[in-house]
Design a protein around this ligand. Sequence first.
Ligand SMILES: [Fe+2]
Length: 136
Amino acid sequence: MLIQWTDQFATGNALVDQQHQALFAAINQFQEALDNAAGATQVDAMLEFLDRYVGEHFTTEEFLMLRSEFPDITLHKIEHERLMLRVTFIRDLRRQDPALAPAEGLARFLGDWLQNHIMQWDMALFNHMREHHLSE
Ligand SMILES: [Fe+2]
């Protein structure tokens, strides 16, 4: 099932919203590749992209947390790190041998994770920033 970005995911920060939309699109492309039984090369290229792009996106958010003195920065960063560990681990295993870590189910997991994470964690950050008049 594909995921759909709607206004409920809008944080009000233009850069973060753009990155979240790009992630929705990348996860959907990944899902479609898996659904169409794409070859390992294509699946791995998408996984490499997601690994890099998710990392860049988390850095953007973590910079905003630091700058706005977000009180739950440590817990929020741990959420990011747990996701990165999982994605990077699967990518690394697949670099050795794609059979070691089948990618089926990964796009769905990422889609669910992203939607829940935005609603629960990112919204808390941007609410904090708005309360302190730092939302840009
Ligand atoms: Fe986040």
